[in-house]
Design a protein. Structure first.
Ligand SMILES: NC(=O)c1ccc[n+]([C@@H]2O[C@H](COP(=O)([O-])OP(=O)(O)OC[C@H]3O[C@@H](n4cnc5c(N)ncnc54)[C@H](O)[C@@H]3O)[C@@H](O)[C@H]2O)c1
Ligand SMILES: NC(=O)c1ccc[n+]([C@@H]2O[C@H](COP(=O)([O-])OP(=O)(O)OC[C@H]3O[C@@H](n4cnc5c(N)ncnc54)[C@H](O)[C@@H]3O)[C@@H](O)[C@H]2O)c1
Lengths: 221, 221
DNA sequence: ATTGAAAAGCGAAATATTGCACAATATTGC
DNA sequence: GCAATATTGTGCAATATTTCGCTTTTCAAT
């Protein structure tokens, strides 16, 4: 674990860099400077250089960064060199949208199992992914050695299901419900709260002047 | 604008507080302490007190905060006292999921118009929302005086459409595409990059020890 | 080879955010 | 009315993150 601990803020930007680098590579570009990258990903160029420097000297002064080198490096760092299987619990509105999306193409991530209470869905195959009944959840997760779950169930059910996920040995949860679920300290939760994000945007529009220098957010996060 | 400028990090937490406060009110609870709130929203209690204190002394020492008072106050601050209309461009996978979701109930936000290139969808009504063809976008947005747009189109189309949105006088964009769109400084963009969030979660699991004290994430963003 | 321009890397300052710890003050029960 | 208790509000130190500005290195053109 943790070669040299990287700032959380940096870690959040790595996938962003990686995606743009693969775009550049596909376009046949072989080198890139922090300034060019900066324009594309909307992150200050000094921040990009600092981010990269946590991993050692990846660039060449006076020249820039070699796109292929960076990709090779980040591919490994970001686990893009092996397929990551995740499960999805709650195959409703959002769940279906996520199932339909091809995370594999750009991210080498695959939703390999779904779970739902609804007997009309459980037992079927949706977008090529088998959906199991909730009763089978813990067993299946263990069997398939899945460590990451996307949680898109109604808010009321979120904590109960989470407790089951923890029992199943899950390590990370991407939580789309507005509930801040409780988990033991060894489980990591990534909250994606769409309604909150929308409200935050509205708040910024009402209360902050026309962009006090941050044309984008996130942290946005 | 900006009474006393509130830290961005605080602003992002306000909707979270608000949601839990309305939950408390519905449950008949009349008072709450920063410690109780802290457990529910998973934010340090001192941070909560600090956040609230930016708006003045909202609580009573030795007692806590009056739930109703806080709600009244934040309702106004967060524009929850009036309906906010937003538009959605790109009625595909994600777009449909968002259309189906009732943002009005908890957030007093309504998607009042949709736009899509696909002639099978344009001209229809989806989940009670009229979907217009792209040719009508600028005109409709102006006519309906919509200032906020949710962008769920294919990545290729994102920048072109954004340019149209800017022409239509849009002030804020919630961008679900992985492209960091370019906008003039008076337009605010909130990026929601689901694939990146998932990758970040994977990165944390691989490279950070079992939770170095942040059982949850975000910011955020 | 020499030189000029480009751009990384990085110390250090600036900025932002969090969390401790405690004095101030309200509430409650007696 | 008084003591005991609870809990806010905040100075301040700690931590995290960004950004400046400069030095060093490399490249490419002469
Ligand atoms: N759809 C959106 O745009 C949106 C926006 C913001 C937040 N959210 C949040 O995301 C979550 C999911 O939203 P959605 O719109 O997809 O909801 P949904 O109702 O469409 O889907 C929920 C799914 O979970 C299943 N389910 C219900 N109870 C279950 C249980 N106990 N165990 C397992 N599965 C169960 C249902 O059968 C359904 O398929 C909710 O918490 C919602 O608040 C959604
Ligand atoms: N679905 C997901 O789970 C998911 C996950 C991560 C990122 N995303 C991103 O969100 C965006 C939308 O994803 P999706 O899965 O909903 O895609 P989608 O293809 O299902 O939907 C896109 C919609 O936009 C419409 N469209 C296409 N070109 C258009 C144009 N020029 N103008 C207007 N409308 C146009 C299409 O008709 C379609 O209805 C994409 O950028 C995708 O990368 C989606």
């Amino acid at each position: 674990m943790a070669e040299t601990i990287i700032p959380k803020a940096t870690a959040k930007r790595l996938p962003l860099y990686y995606r743009y680098l693969t775009f550049l590579a596909n376009a046949g570009t072989t080198k890139v400077s922090s300034t060019e990258l900066s324009e594309a990903v909307k992150v200050d160029s000094a921040t990009i250089r600092r981010d990269f420097s946590y991993f050692g000297a990846l660039g060449k002064r006076g020249y820039g960064y070699d796109v292929k080198d960076l990709i090779t490096f980040f591919k490994k760092i970001l686990n893009q060199d092996r397929l990551t299987n995740v499960a999805l619990v709650g195959v409703g509105n959002l769940g279906h949208a996520l199932l339909n999306y091809n995370f594999r193409q750009a991210n080498n991530i695959r939703i390999s199992a779904g779970f739902d209470l609804n007997p009309d869905i459980a037992g079927t195959i949706q977008s090529g992914v088998p959906i199991y009944p909730m009763a089978d959840m813990v067993e299946q997760l263990k069997e398939q050695q899945i460590e990451i779950v996307i949680l898109t169930v109604p808010t009321d059910a979120a904590q109960d299901i989470t407790d089951g996920l923890v029992k199943a040995g899950i390590k990370g949860i991407m939580n789309f419900t507005p509930l801040r679920i409780s988990v033991p300290s060894y489980v990591r939760v990534q909250n994606v709260d769409l309604a909150t994000e929308l409200q935050t945007l509205i708040y910024f529009l009402e209360h902050y002047g026309p962009t006090l220098k941050d044309a984008e957010a996130d942290k946005a996060q």
